[in-house]
Ligand binder design. Sequence first.
Ligand SMILES: Cc1ncc(COP(=O)(O)O)c(C=O)c1O
Length: 435
Amino acid sequence: MTSLPALLGGAPLRPAGQPVENTIGEAEKAAVLRVLDRGELSGFVGSATPHFWGGEEVQGLERAFKEHFGVKHAIAVNSATSGLHCAVSATGVGPGDEVIVSPYTMSASATAILMTGAIPVFADIEDETFGLDPASVEANITPYTRGIMAVNIFGHPARLGELRAIADRHKLFLIEDNAQSPDANYKGRKAGTIGDLGVFSFNRHKTMQSGEGGVVVTNDDKLALKAALMRNHGEVVVADMGVTDIVNTVGLNLRMSEMEAAVARVQFARLPSFNNQRIRNAERISHGLKGTPGLIPPVVAEGCSHVYYMYPLRYDEAQTGMSRELFCKAMMAEGFYARGGYVKPIYLEPLYQQKICFGPNGFPFSASPRSKQLSYQRGICPTVERLQDQEIIISTAFRPPATERDADLFVAACQRILAARDALVRADVSGVLPG
Ligand SMILES: Cc1ncc(COP(=O)(O)O)c(C=O)c1O
């Protein structure tokens, strides 16, 4: 095997590139057929009848979640975005309220807040778990703060114990966006169950998938009912159900179909094996990269487990001597997906920069008593900006069907590239590398 990097004309270490992820098997197919044979593709009706709660598969999925996570309620929905919407709405927040959220996440974590008319306030993250930094959360609490949304990003729990303590001390709610970390552990508890509400995803790219789908979990009866009302046209059932607190019960159709639920049930049962495969591959990469100057494997905090939705490497250009972009380009040429940065801090999106959301007049930002002080300018969260602009490299190269052999090749690719640093930098500077 030549040591010449693929980017300089050597043979790629993984010539076939990233294998296509596909965890759908015979059990999922049988589950779909079971639903098709029954002919009832959705069990929901938007009226105060037993059908308000959904069909057999939906309720089966909810039962499985309750049992596995030891929670009182699970509400299946058609996406985690919908789940976040149900969760935030259930807390009763509205215009003028503020919810503190991580800026290093998928946009829906924050838009779920905006959809209620409340304001997302972005606190900084810390550079070990890439979750909310408790000190920054404290610093962002104002008289209008009603809650905190922690995001368990990349497969690792945020500092949930400290965030829970802050929420309790200030009488705030805590929601966990746990779309990326199903079954991760936090000091003897499961991520997603430490907040008042936790939200899971079954979208096509998640560890467990049903195409689209999500689940909200909570131990609180009132929050559970509100979330269920949001899922299924709540406004038309509250009278018949005797619900008198109708704040945030304008429902949508966020219902999960029976086919999605049937697939999700199978995938959820397989989750431990999916996670174990990922953990095996990722740990092998971390072990192989240990001590490599400039490449810092993800940290697994004490008492926690990482379930590796992504493999987030920290990159130190001063130590490797080549730019992050050049390194990633060279990894891609070797057949391993590697991207500099994850998402730009979401406050930098036009929605926040221009404070234009509902209508042209800036609602809900304009309705905030602190509208003049609300800042989404570059610089408000320096850690996330540094991580995104300079340090984070995201890879999915470890995901099954990738094996431990692929993990070893990933490490070999990193080493091959770093060993050829001077040649790569020279080629980059002289502009002879492929685009
Ligand atoms: C952290 C996070 N939150 C929320 C979502 C939204 O999930 P869904 O696609 O199921 O709506 C995602 C999906 O990418 C996510 O990664």
